[in-house]
Design a protein around this ligand. Structure first.
Ligand SMILES: [Zn+2]
Ligand SMILES: [Zn+2]
Length: 92
């Protein structure tokens, strides 16, 4: 049985198969999520099971900065402060 392509959903035959990121891709379908540059096993970077070129690979530092509890707390705090409510503690 030939598996479907993770990108286009069509059957991938062995001659055009790229087995990467736990999925099967046509060689032509294995390209960067952002710029569509065709990738191969040597130059791709996987992120959340999607291929990226080195230029568009999501930098993990961005995610870490955005998602730390301290940053979320500061963000919520500034949102609360920007809202004018008659009972500021009602939501807590
Ligand atoms: Zn495909
Ligand atoms: Zn790219």
């Amino acid at each position: 049985m030939n598996p479907p392509c993770a990108r286009c959903g069509k059957i991938v035959y062995p001659t055009e198969k790229v087995n990467c990121l736990d999925k099967y891709w046509h060689k032509g379908c294995f390209h960067c999520e952002v710029c569509k540059m065709t990738l191969n096993m040597k130059n791709y970077k996987g992120y959340e099971k999607k291929p990226y070129c080195s230029a568009h690979y999501p930098k993990t530092s961005f995610t870490i900065v955005a998602d730390t509890p301290e940053n979320l707390r500061l963000k919520q705090q500034s949102e609360l402060q920007s809202q004018v409510k008659p009972h500021p503690h009602a939501a807590l």
